[in-house]
Design a protein around this ligand. Sequence first.
Ligand code: SAM
Length: 243
Amino acid sequence: MSKKVKPYKDSEATKKAQVTKMFDTISKEYDGLNRVISFGIDVKWRKKVVELVKQKQPENILDIATGTGDLAINLTETSAKEIIGLDISDGMLEVGRQKISDKKLDSVISMVIGDSEDLPFEANTFDAITVAFGVRNFENLEKGLTEILRVLKPDGIFVILETSVPTNPVFKLGYNAYSKFMLPAIGKLFSRDRVAYKYLSESASVFPYGEQLNNILRKIGFINVEHKPQTMGVATIYTASKA
Ligand SMILES: C[S@@+](CC[C@H](N)C(=O)[O-])C[C@H]1O[C@@H](n2cnc3c(N)ncnc32)[C@H](O)[C@@H]1O
């Protein structure tokens, strides 16, 4: 199981409460800083997720940990008539709601407050479920994944986009230097929450990736589990289904 890294080390609050507070605080700067720290490559990765989901021709999609809704918005390029973006942080959702309203996508996307570990939906509801850069923030990863399996329809598609660590030693050196020093420095300079970007890099370095995360998905009960490292392995896209 992954080591539990919390944003505020001197706080007694649960990881969930701390993560919610942190994302509420950085919600207004999130989109801008996200583009900067990923050099804009996150846009390309989300597009790949959309292509995978599109192939399933879904009627409805649940985007968990939707944040400010970028992936939910991109998913309107699929055949889905209903897209629900769910997140635990109302601050992030509020930024997303504004973007959705500006793009006049309110009739397709609804932004719902909720917890991935206790999803407010019936079993076998969604044709496709996505989580981008969300699973490593779950307080209890296995509980969240079990809930996702419950609400996914049989033969539905589950796609995770998450940070990972390059396996090539040279890339790994560069990645470590960037995430250990550059990322927290950018956060310190530009963020309203000085520890947030330190947490984001620390949580990425200890989170299971590749075959390790595949095995967790299989243990929960997902089938057809596969992963594809992206951009030298700094992120990975996982796909899985339900029997
Ligand atoms: C790094 S952001 C990713 C946002 C968006 N998916 C993206 O690709 O930009 C992580 C999001 O996970 C949300 N989150 C963390 N724990 C959650 C939980 N238990 N249930 C729902 N959302 C959660 C946070 O509030 C935050 O908006």
